[in-house]
Design a protein around this ligand. Sequence first.
Ligand code: HEM
Length: 233
Amino acid sequence: MSSAASPACDCGPLGRFVSSSLGKKAIMAVTGFVMFGFVVGHMVGNLQVFAGDGGVKLNAYAAFLKNTPALLWGTRIVVGLSLVLHVWAAATLKRLSNEARPVQYKMRKDIQASVPSRNMFWGGISLLFYVIYHLLHLTVGVASPIAGTFSHDNVYGNMVASFQNPALVGVYVFAMIALGMHLYHGLYSLFQTLGLNHPGYMPRIRTGAKVFGALIALGFSSMPVAILLGAVK
Ligand code: HEM
């Protein structure tokens, strides 16, 4: 894609970079990487649900985060800002690509986009809705199915009570598959944006991105599924 698809602005080198397609791709790469780091940390932290101690470790971990405001709010601000910038850059790139579509189709009809690549934008929108619901569900505690019984001090109890509901487990597993595919394609694109797309390495990078995407989808999905099956009570 051209780096000059947006009209040039009279706003200095940084402004011109941000208003270019390449600049927006770089913003997507950096913010995507920050959120990837958060997602890995979040998954590892939550996997303590399997500690077999009735939630002592998971609840202590959640309490530690809440009692460390610099870490909690630092993460919230950095991840929140990354999410906003990521969505803004994606929406702007999508608009630019739609505007250029007639030309692009003629030039690129020989190139087959992979399934995750084609679904990247709409998968991302689904994940955005998932994250909004997820925050209302397990952070604020105002969403079904535990709106009335939610406890800020019992993260483990909130999870166990929620995932008795097969429909909700289905929603979470579906979202985690969408997340895995999004991360697979996102990580792969990250290397291309960074220019690290030497043909000799790309097959290995693609495999690595697939493995990461699958591990994230499986790791997160294992929690609601194990709770639904009664393996975690
Ligand atoms: C099965 C999958 C998941 C489970 C069981 C889970 C569990 C939780 C729980 C229990 C909390 C509340 C933590 C607390 O109050 O201390 C939480 C918060 C959060 N989760 Fe998840 N999560 C999952 C997947 C995800 C995914 C895939 C994302 C991002 C794409 C995500 C993003 C967040 C965010 C941003 C918060 C708010 C953290 C904060 O308080 O600032 N979660 N999650």
